[in-house]
Write a protein of this length. Structure first.
Length: 202
């Protein structure tokens, strides 16, 4: 499972101007439940994570198909480390890395944050893993933010359905203002804190 919020252009466009929004938020707090551990991504995670990313079928509906190559993944991994907001996702059953995800400041509102750049090994698709990962990250985000956003490629139907399963609603506006600074190839989904708390009780 992967999403398409990870435009390198988007990251470089907004990184400097939106860092102040993260002041009171810990985007690399260790998160866990009985099955998963999400901890900060480290340099020595490269090999294990590339074993996951090297599967070309992982990227079939994703615009950045080059990430299955060593060169393409190296670029992705380096950028992930530089954000200081990226996670390694670890399956507690065998202590292996099964994927990654990260936070990114929203260019549209101080009360919103983005979750994206997510992928997990195909053997974990279709079960509870994506829901558990996003639930942990949403719980952490909603301590500081009212909205969590997901930017997904319009052709990535798989990821759109995955976000809809956890309560994501496709939006054109946020805080009564049009969504700005997004690729024409993206659609945007939002989950609102109160709706999440009603669903999951947190």
């Amino acid at each position: 499972m992967q999403d398409a919020s990870d435009s390198g252009l988007l990251y470089h466009s907004f990184n400097e101007r939106s860092n102040h929004k993260m002041t009171n938020f810990n985007p690399q707090a260790v998160l866990e439940n009985s099955s998963l551990l999400l901890r900060p991504l480290h340099q020595n995670d490269f090999e294990q994570l590339y074993e996951v990313a090297a599967d070309p079928k992982l990227w079939e509906q994703h615009p950045a198909k080059e990430r299955s190559s060593l060169e393409g993944f190296q670029k992705f991994f380096t950028e992930a480390l530089q954000t200081n907001k990226a996670y390694a996702i670890i399956n507690k059953a065998d202590s292996k890395i099964i994927g990654t995800s990260r936070y990114h400041s929203s260019p549209d509102a101080d009360n919103a944050i983005e979750i994206g750049w997510t992928f997990i090994a195909r053997k974990y698709w279709g079960g509870d893993y994506n829901r558990m990962i996003k639930q942990l990250m949403l719980q952490n985000a909603f301590r500081n933010f009212k909205f969590v956003l997901f930017y997904i490629d319009k052709d990535n139907i798989r990821s759109q359905k995955a976000v809809e399963k956890i309560g994501g609603k496709r939006i054109q506006q946020l805080n009564n203002k049009p969504i700005t600074f997004r690729s024409a190839n993206n659609c945007v989904y939002a989950i609102e804190r109160n709706a999440f708390q009603l669903e999951f009780g947190n």
